[in-house]
Design a protein around this ligand. Structure first.
Ligand SMILES: C[S@@+](CC[C@H](N)C(=O)[O-])C[C@H]1O[C@@H](n2cnc3c(N)ncnc32)[C@H](O)[C@@H]1O
Length: 400
């Protein structure tokens, strides 16, 4: 259901609370870790909104600024530098007012598309984090994301809220068909929904958003009745992530549900070239989702405990997936590399610790070899660690 834009900031709805919670639960550990690179952090909220909702709840800008302040206060790093920029096309004045206790925050009135390149200019060797939370899909040109990946940054991460059902609906219009699930779109409550028609112009725009024309085959299959609209959305999201994968090595596809037992309504997509950023995202998102169940009144919110068919993802399922994935590591493989690929394939269905626990059991049973460097602890005992970094490496090799 389309709503007037201004309504969005009157009261913070469950859906926005979930989005911002997930953003915050990653951003905090991200900031504290990234400061250890001794390089500046350039944070940009590309569709910032008003900063604060009229019911007093913080929007993404205040959430980010509070986290930044807390991290700067607690870090042991000397001269930590963080530059935070907030872009909004309609609400720069509200941002000025609501962020006035953060004089260093930079506010830009205008379009993300017109401003992002100048913000990122001369930011070589910095760590860049872009939060991309638009209403619709129109501003999400894939070529921009490709260009960001080519920047000479120390690291780059994108967190994108993608209304993939909105994409499918408009892709259907562009190819002369329809997909309309009243229940789904009513529940989603869209502001400024993107509208496309059956024209070459719309097809071109959708190609630009998707970063190719692969979506057309999906819609053609839907048109022929070979797949339903929900499979079309899932296939699109999968292929979109593969497409982002041309520029970013690690892309996580996180389907979000609003209510237990429902199909995903939205995709949160995390793209980075930084392997440990991907794993940090998995752990923080997974650990957070349980408490998010309380956000929706009646504890109705479920994010990843159920798969697409609403089956519960249980320990056996995770063990089976671990065997299926790690049995392909017939040569020595970095544990963190293998884990990142596991979660790209399956989404954050569990924590990295859950998979590591299963691998340790396999190590004991002689099904997998684990090579740790250093091999022994300071006391000379065999090392048992399962995390890489800070001079430690872990490699795995499947035996069978
Ligand atoms: C979903 S809201 C952002 C909400 C915000 N992340 C929060 O949690 O408070 C999307 C915002 O994008 C703004 N907007 C729309 N088109 C834009 C564009 N092309 N560039 C920048 N901002 C835009 C709208 O004014 C709106 O405030």
């Amino acid at each position: 259901m389309a709503k007037k834009n201004d309504d969005f900031f009157v009261e913070k709805k469950a859906w926005s609370i979930v989005k911002d919670e997930l953003f915050g639960c990653y951003f905090k550990p991200y900031v504290s870790k990234i400061l250890h690179t001794h390089r500046p952090l350039v944070y940009v909220d590309c569709f910032a909104g008003k900063g604060k909702f009229e019911d007093g709840n913080d929007g993404s800008p205040l959430i980010a600024l509070k986290i930044i302040d807390e991290c700067l206060l607690n870090t042991t790093m000397q001269n930590a530098q963080i530059e935070a920029t907030f872009i909004d096309l309609n609400y720069a004045d509200d941002l000025q007012e609501n962020l006035k206790s953060y004089p260093k925050a930079r506010i830009i009135s205008g379009k993300y598309e017109n401003n992002i390149n100048s913000i990122l200019r001369k930011k070589d060797n910095c760590n860049v984090f872009l939060y991309i939370d638009p209403y619709g899909i129109k501003a999400l040109q894939c070529s921009f994301f490709d260009d960001f990946a080519k920047g000479k940054f120390n690291t780059i991460e994108l967190l994108i809220n993608m209304n993939s059902f909105g994409f499918i609906r408009e892709a259907c219009h562009a190819l002369g068909t329809t997909f309309d699930d009243k229940f789904l779109f009513d529940d989603l409550v869209e502001y400024e929904p993107t509208k496309m028609d059956a024209s070459e112009k719309s097809i071109k725009e959708l190609n630009e958003i998707a970063g190719g024309d692969y979506w057309q085959k999906i819609i053609e299959a839907y048109k022929k009745g070979e797949i339903d609209g929900y499979s079309a959305e899932a296939q699109f999201a999968e292929q979109y992530c593969l497409r982002l994968g041309k520029s970013y090595t690690y892309v996580l596809n996180m389907p979000l549900r609003i209510k237990r037992g429902q199909r995903p309504k939205y995709r949160l997509i995390h793209a980075t070239n930084h392997r440990d950023g991907c794993l940090l995202m998995v752990d923080n998102i997974y650990n957070r989702w349980e408490s998010l169940q309380e956000i929706q009144s009646g504890g109705q919110l479920a994010l990843w405990s159920e798969n697409f068919d609403n089956q519960i993802t249980d320990e056996n399922d995770i063990e089976e997936k671990t065997i299926e994935h790690f049995s392909q590591c017939i040569n020595w493989t970095s544990l963190h590399d293998a884990l990142a690929i596991f979660f790209m394939k399956h989404g954050p269905i569990c924590s990295t610790g859950d998979v590591k626990k299963i691998l340790k059991k396999f190590e004991k049973d002689g099904r997998i070899e684990i090579l740790r460097n250093p091999k022994t602890t300071d006391q000379g005992r065999p090392a048992v660690f399962m995390s890489e970094g800070k001079g430690k490496t872990v490699s795995v090799r499947w035996i069978g």
